[in-house]
Design a binder for this molecule. Structure first.
Ligand code: ZN
Length: 231
């Protein structure tokens, strides 16, 4: 079973290396994945953080965090779907998903409540929230994984942190952190992790995070870990 999964992942990684996020690429992934049996017990909620009125952080070259999150979220949706997993993408364009609120603060709160609602209404939900980090000191780099207090979240976060260190962030001593003061993570009842993929304040890492190749690498690490988690 594990061997079969590893083969699938390797195959998916190869496909993804040539896949671009055009509608043709997406259609190709859908067409191929339709031939694979869908794993119906779980549903990965892919949450590209921020969007619309809330751009999140700004990178050292002026690109908004919400754009990085969306690009990676779309790729992750394609990869997990291709591997035969159910997914729900919280947003597929540069929007905030609020339903009410006149001020930006109220819109942000309404948006977060909507994201909580999507998790709550989904059977077998596992939340993968995609974000990017920033810090005043530009030397810091590498992924940082936060986990919700819900069952399974810490285990998934530890696996992700370990797999990022073993692949994309060699030598990283970074450890997982409990998500405190993060509304979405504190209000879900399903397993959930918040993945800060890297630092937008580090010029070298920001350049990598902007590249399609590195975004695909990130998605391979997340998808392989998520698949292992539910296997
Ligand atoms: Zn963020």
């Amino acid at each position: 079973m594990r061997k079969k999964l590893a083969l699938k992942l390797a195959y998916a990684a190869t496909i993804l290396l040539t896949l671009t996020l055009t509608s043709v690429g997406s259609r190709a992934v859908t067409a191929i994945s339709q031939n694979l049996p869908l794993e119906r017990e779980h549903c990965f909620i892919i949450d590209p953080g921020h969007g619309g009125v809330d751009g999140g952080a700004t990178s050292c070259t002026g690109k908004l965090e919400s754009s990085f999150n969306l690009e990676i979220g779309l790729r992750l949706r394609d990869l997990l779907h291709f591997l035969g997993y159910q997914t729900k993408l919280v947003r597929s364009e540069d929007i905030s998903i609020y339903t009410e609120g006149e001020t930006i603060a109220r819109k942000k709160m309404s948006d977060l409540k909507e994201r909580v609602r999507i998790c709550a209404e989904t059977d077998g939900a596992i939340l993968l929230s995609i974000h990017q980090n920033t810090f005043p000191d530009s030397r810091y780099s590498g992924a940082q994984i936060f986990y919700a207090a819900t069952e399974g979240s810490e285990e998934l976060a530890k696996c992700l942190q370990r797999n990022f260190s073993a692949t994309l962030n060699p030598g990283s001593k970074r450890d997982t952190k409990k998500a405190e003061g993060i509304y979405l993570m504190e209000h879900i009842s399903c397993p959930g992790v918040l993945i800060e993929c890297g630092f937008l304040s580090n010029p070298e890492e920001e350049a990598k995070l902007r590249s399609a190749e590195y975004q695909k690498d990130i998605c391979c690490v997340i998808a392989a870990t998520a698949a292992e988690f539910i296997a």
